[in-house]
Design a binder for this molecule. Structure first.
Ligand code: ARG
Length: 287
């Protein structure tokens, strides 16, 4: 594992000020680009649009309740996965925005939609990527620090992490993903606060797991069932205190409560049918 940059003298990262979500009007499952999108007979999952809207609205309300204003991107017909707003762009604290280069043809046009949205907000400095890079599906801020954890293997290429480091100078710790059910880093790796990581070891090589155990003061090991079926690893803790997650991961809930986190259960079952949950459905903004 080749760490990119100096991870010992880290600068502070500014606070997240708001959240960007993408209107679920056209969300559905009309193709399968990850193995969560099909059922046990190999058919595409059926989404209930009313239920999806209710779930999306409860997530939005929860962010507002804990103090994060939510901005929304209008829906675009024919781009069902636009709703997973973590994946198209990666905003930097200095106001620039890295644009994704999506792996699949189906999702590639989503990036332009996000670019226009930023332009409408007066943001005009973009970083384009040559290698495949799926933004906050695979690149995650270490809470409070100018340090990134970068997943690669299925969507984001290892070369993209090097490219990102060369273009931004922000240190990155690359983590190789080896289990296709956990195709994005955010499906199996959740930074709860600067000392605490919740992760699913079955998504990584042995040496990565050993590295993570050494690096973090506290780790929570996610059970296979809770990580795979319930997307426990896709929870989101924006402030080191409130954890938003899909209900049903009782073992994880107990561990969170013991450590003093406050749990907010938000149903995301309709979005799990597309391969994502809470973390995938939002983008933290510094705006
Ligand atoms: N269907 C989408 C895809 O496969 C789901 C993306 C979920 N997002 C995430 N950050 N894991 O790309």
């Amino acid at each position: 594992m080749k760490i990119l940059g100096d991870t010992l003298n880290l600068k502070e990262c500014p606070q997240v000020n708001s959240i960007l979500m993408s209107d679920p009007k056209y969300y559905t499952v009309s193709y399968a680009i990850n193995n969560h999108m099909i059922d046990e007979f190999g058919e595409l999952n059926q989404v209930n649009p009313m239920k999806a809207l209710q779930e999306w609205l409860s997530l939005k309300r929860c962010f507002e309740k804990i103090g994060y204003p939510v901005k929304t991107i209008p829906p675009v017909s024919g781009l069902p996965d636009l709703v997973f707003s973590a994946n198209q762009s990666f905003p930097l604290p200095d106001g620039r925005v890295v644009l994704s280069k999506m792996r699949s043809e189906e999702r590639a046009p989503e990036v332009k939609v996000f670019k226009s949205w930023y332009e409408g907000q007066g943001i005009n400095e973009f970083i384009e990527m040559e290698s495949y890079f799926e933004s906050m599906g695979d690149i995650l801020w270490h809470p409070g620090s100018m340090l990134l954890w970068g997943g690669h293997g299925f969507r984001t290429e290892e070369a993209a992490l090097e490219e990102l480091f060369n273009k931004t100078n922000i240190p990155i710790i690359p983590l190789k993903l080896i289990n296709e059910s956990f195709y994005h880093l955010d499906t199996c790796f959740s930074l709860l606060d600067s000392k605490t990581l919740a992760y699913y070891p079955g998504a990584f090589e042995e040496e990565t797991n050993a590295f993570l155990e050494k690096w973090f003061e506290r780790t929570i090991i996610l059970e296979e069932e809770e990580a795979l079926k319930n997307f426990a690893g896709n929870c989101y803790c924006p402030d080191g205190k409130n954890v938003l997650l899909h209900p049903g991961s009782t073992k994880f809930d107990i561990k969170l409560l013991k450590l003093g986190f406050k749990i907010h259960h938000i149903r995301t079952g309709e979005f799990i049918k597309g391969g994502g949950s809470v973390f995938c459905m939002k983008l933290p903004l510094f705006l």
